[in-house]
Design a protein around this ligand. Structure first.
Ligand SMILES: [Zn+2]
Length: 332
């Protein structure tokens, strides 16, 4: 799901005389064009033209389409000479800064009719109040951060652009989606050099390529492991083994900022739970085996218990390795 920020009566920011809504759309259309070359990817847009779309409508379109990924593209602005790229995921842990990007990007709701009704309880001056509207859905946080970090890596390493990093803030548009979601701030239009670059064909095509590369890398890591749920429940469990002696497979069932005891009562009755902490995110795993067939069985169990976003990860000497690479090597 590709989302070009703003549109129609909402121009976004107009830093240095450039127009955010036009730049965001140009980058998104380019991303879509490049992604469509992959036969396994279906691209959908929240807008393909210069039209106004409510923030909650954008999420609804993605949810209805049952999208696997939501990528929103914007341009930043500030009254100082602030510059650089940053990618956001939904979260509560806003860093102490002198300005909030989410507050600015959320302001568009004032242009929507019935915004008080659609975003009841939301205080535009306090983006974190968004989190109070419902329980924070953290199921997709880990995947969102993974994609966001690939986007920022590409900006920094391939395009040699300044990276302000991966950040968490309360964006309405990210709050509405039930899938891994990121919001890319491609640079500051108010910083003339960046505005000029983003307004150029080259800048737009550079940004699009960097985002597409990140999505494809993310896909090879996370979606290499498709969810196979439509199976006959009377099927006998797989009896054959498929051993990778150097590899430990686990099923990642959940991730979030909350530390939970690895006891069955915290995980819908599942035992054999292990945990790993990395950059303030706790990841929880079910099962541990070198047998790929056995771990697929575990994944099916986890999905049946309600962990619908479960996926298999592979570890070698305690380090995470891409599953698709492991499976390409010959087993036994
Ligand atoms: Zn914006």
């Amino acid at each position: 799901m590709l989302d070009a920020g703003h549109g129609g009566k909402d121009p976004g920011n107009l830093g240095s005389g450039f127009r955010e809504k036009d730049i965001a759309l140009a980058i998104i259309l380019k991303v879509g064009e490049l992604l469509s070359k992959d036969k396994n990817i279906k691209v959908i847009y929240t807008r393909k033209k210069d039209v106004f779309v409510d923030l909650h409508e954008r999420g609804a379109i993605a949810n209805k389409a049952d999208a696997d990924l939501f990528v929103s593209v914007h341009c930043n602005s500030h009254h100082t000479q602030a510059n650089g790229t940053e990618t956001f995921v939904l979260g509560t842990k806003r860093e102490e800064t002198n300005f909030s990007v989410a507050k600015k990007e959320n302001e568009v709701i004032f242009l929507e009719e019935d915004y008080e009704k659609n975003y009841e309880g939301y205080d535009p001056n306090n983006p974190e109040s968004l989190i109070g509207l419902s329980l924070l859905m953290e199921d997709y946080l880990d995947q969102s951060i993974l994609l966001a970090s690939y986007v920022q890596d590409n900006f920094k390493n391939n395009l040699k652009l300044k990276s302000r990093g991966v950040k968490q803030e309360g964006f309405i548009v990210l709050h509405q989606t039930y899938m891994p979601s990121v919001l890319v701030e491609t640079g500051f239009l108010t910083y003339k050099k960046e505005g000029k670059y983003l307004n150029s064909k080259k800048g737009q095509s550079d940004m699009a390529s960097a985002i597409v590369d990140a999505i494809l890398k993310y896909k090879s890591e996370v979606v290499a492991d498709p969810i196979e749920v439509e199976e006959d429940p009377l099927d006998v469990p797989i009896e054959t083994t498929d051993i990778y002696p150097e590899i430990t497979f686990k099923v990642q069932i959940a991730a979030g900022s909350k530390l939970l005891e690895t006891e069955p009562y915290n995980f819908k009755g599942l035992g054999e739970i292990s945990m790993e902490k990395n950059e303030n995110i706790y990841r929880y795993f079910y099962g541990s085996t070198s047998d790929y067939n056995k771990i697929k069985e575990k994944k099916r169990e986890a999905i049946k218990k309600g962990y619908s976003t479960s996926f298999v990860i592979a570890l070698k000497n305690g380090e995470r390795v891409p599953l698709d690479k492991v499976l390409k090597t010959t087993s036994n």
